[in-house]
Write a protein that binds this ligand. Sequence first.
Ligand SMILES: [Zn+2]
Length: 102
Amino acid sequence: MGKLTNIKPRLSSTPPRLKSPPKIVEEFYSSPEWRALVKRIKAKRGNFCQRCGSSDRVIADHIIERKDGGADLDENNIELLCHTHHQKKTAQARARRARGQA
Ligand SMILES: [Zn+2]
């Protein structure tokens, strides 16, 4: 009794990490400040798309995007969008930027 079998440590060889470097944007969207703000906005406005009222994967989106100089943490610059509207908006913004009319 009492003899534990030898458990091999699982750290024999750490595989090299070849992931792409983290994006600054994603760091922002995982910051506690941003999360707290989104929570507050959803609590206040309801967890619905402000354009169609859908509750499908509602996310908070910057009306004026951060890379266009929009305020990061100003709730007046944030709109709640469903998945569909967010995709539309993102596509439009990208097209606009591609045309150089940002
Ligand atoms: Zn919508």
